[in-house]
Design a protein around this ligand. Structure first.
Ligand code: MCA
Ligand code: AMP
Length: 505
């Protein structure tokens, strides 16, 4: 038994039909994908990958990258996908923390990463944006037959890093059962069948693009239009061939700003799903007015995959994330006392169910503080559950910015800014942004008598931090506003700077 390989990969053996349609209109059948996963599984084993070993990947979105994920499932390895925007400094942290046996990267990163992987005895393979590189060379000579390694439902299938309020990234350990139970629930509640064709333009290094979109379509035995990244032109080109689409709110606001996105273009579509960030009620309404479709909003986290969803048949209520998925329990508690609150009261959202992760990689103490004794995971989101059971996310207790669907923890950026020359301290906040939902802005206090400039701060940060984390604007103050306890008042800063930021966009 190998729960995920049995459920997602083995069925490919009977799929002579197309499973993946690429942006250049070339097609891959299920059987072709299956054989590729066998070749990659053999390559991984040849490099010493054993069950439980980590295999890290930082590459562009290609069929080979997707097959690498599936090959990891077959070998019993733990898949570790990493955002292509991560810098060598960030990559070094992840590799050092996860200690993978194999890392697969873009040839452009090879020189930088090899310094570190060579020192640590890690095998580095390459894969570029058209599927070429040293991994591909080894695939060409590898056997296609591979016997899946046995795994139990509790065994790890993946580790996904997520930042934290301390600025240190933590690896969320997801088991076969976490991922399979979630894929099964989503297939059921969103009614995915073999007739579905999903328009896929999300990255495959996060839960949304990989474990929601890919796992669900593989489980349902549907087809995937596999686009390298989100582009309005490509979405408009491929929409007529799709039945369904999943995206972050930025996808939908960008589509709405294009006149070619019409009721006629979308009339055959079955489902549009949104998640990873709050969908504004006005976007929900504008989408319905334009297309006649109500977007189905759902809510999840890296640690839990999907928790709640608006109903397929019932009312998809704007401003809410719907009901807990089958088998998932949700409750709202008082942040300070932990007491369970009644309907409509606002507090911290806690969840429990087969989707909830196994803990943070090599951080047992941190894991303990995020769970209640009865097994509920404390999400850090502020929510309200109404008398009908609809969950609404009304805020965040965690200091987190979500920009274009990517999570950014201010602490990580503040630590970097505070270390810059002439800077005394800083506060990083999220400001409303018409495209990304929220944008990162920094407020900096210089050492008395010294100065720096916004450009200097932004340029310095780009060396170590992924581009999407770098502040889109930097403002200066003589001191940060603090309360009597000495805590920086970020709400005050947001009120002070968001208008100036918006005016300058
Ligand atoms: C790109 N940039 C960004 C972002 N993306 N800045 C802030 N936030 C972002 N999300 C930078 C670029 O590097 C560039 O910088 C500038 O902004 C303009 O880029 P643009 O060309 O407009 O961006 P893009 O390449 O079109 O990308 C935007 C995007 C992309 C399509 C919205 O960010 C994206 O695919 N987001 C989806 C993220 C996602 O999958 N989230 C799910 C994770 P410069 O000008 O300096 O070059 S959360 C999850 O999985 C949970 C469990 C859940 O609930 O789903
Ligand atoms: P991540 O751990 O990067 O996957 O991000 C998870 C966080 O994204 C959650 O804790 C929420 O704060 C946020 N999130 C995801 N989906 C939604 C949604 N539909 N509405 C509001 N926030 C969301």
């Amino acid at each position: 038994m190998n729960p995920l390989a049995d459920a997602l990969v083995t069925p490919l053996t009977s799929r002579e039909d197309t499973i993946l349609i690429r942006h250049d209109a070339t097609e891959i059948s299920g059987v072709e994908l299956y054989l590729l996963t066998g070749q990659i599984a053999n390559v991984l084993q040849n490099h010493g990958v054993e069950p439980g070993h980590r295999v890290a990947m930082q590459t562009e979105k290609t069929v080979e990258a997707l097959a690498l994920y599936l090959a990891c499932l077959r070998t019993g390895a733990v898949f570790l996908p990493l955002n292509t925007a991560y810098t060598p400094t960030e990559m070094e942290y992840f590799i050092d923390n996860a200690k993978p046996t194999v890392v697969v990267c873009d040839p452009k990163s090879e020189a930088n990463l090899s310094k570190f992987t060579n020192l640590n005895g890690i095998k580095l393979l390459t894969l570029d944006s058209v599927g070429k590189g040293s991994l591909n060379e080894e695939i060409l000579t590898a056997e296609t037959t591979f016997t899946n390694v046995a795994r139990s439902p509790e065994d790890l299938a993946a580790i996904l890093y997520t930042s934290g309020t301390t600025g240190r990234s933590k690896g969320a350990m997801l088991s076969h059962d976490n991922l399979l139970s979630n894929a099964d629930s989503l297939c059921e509640v969103w009614r995915f069948t073999p007739n579905d064709v999903l328009l896929h333009s999300l990255p495959i290094f996060h839960v949304h693009g990989l474990f929601v979109a890919i796992n669900v379509l593989l489980r349902a035995q549907g087809k995937i239009i596999f686009l390298p990244k989100f582009s309005v032109d490509q979405i408009i080109e491929f929409l007529p061939k799709a039945t369904s689409m999943m995206g972050v709110p930025t996808f939908y606001t960008r589509l709405l700003s294009d006149v070619r996105f019409t009721k006629n273009l979308t009339k055959h579509m079955r489902l549009f799903v949104s998640g990873s960030a709050p969908l504004l009620s006005e976007t929900h309404r504008a989408f319905e007015t334009r297309t006649g479709h109500r977007i189905l909003e759902r809510y999840g986290m890296t640690e839990t995959t999907m928790n709640t969803s608006n109903p397929y048949d019932g009312e998809r209520r704007a401003g809410t994330v719907g009901f807990p998925l089958p088998g998932v329990e949700a409750r709202v508690t008082d942040e300070k006392t932990g007491a369970i609150l009644k309907s409509n009261e606002i507090g911290i959202l806690e969840v429990r169910g087969p989707n909830v992760f196994k803990g943070y990689w090599r951080m047992p103490e941190k894991t303990k503080t995020e769970f209640r004794d009865d097994g509920f995971f404390i999400t850090g989101d502020i929510a309200q559950i109404d008398s009908e059971g609809y969950v609404a996310i009304v805020g965040r207790a965690k200091d987190l910015i979500i920009s274009g669907g990517y999570n950014i923890y201010p602490k990580e950026i503040e630590i970097k800014i505070d270390a810059l020359e002439n800077v005394m301290e800083s506060a990083v906040i999220g400001a409303p942004h018409p495209d990304f939902g929220e944008a990162v802005i920094a407020v900096v206090v210089c050492v008395e008598g010294k100065t720096t400039t916004a450009e200097k701060v932004q340029t310095a940060l780009q060396v170590d931090l992924a581009n999407f984390k770098c502040p889109k604007a930097v403002f200066f103050l003589n001191e940060l506003p603090r309360n009597t306890m000495g805590k920086v008042q970020k709400n005050g800063l947001r009120n002070q700077f968001e208008k100036t930021f918006q005016k300058n966009q």
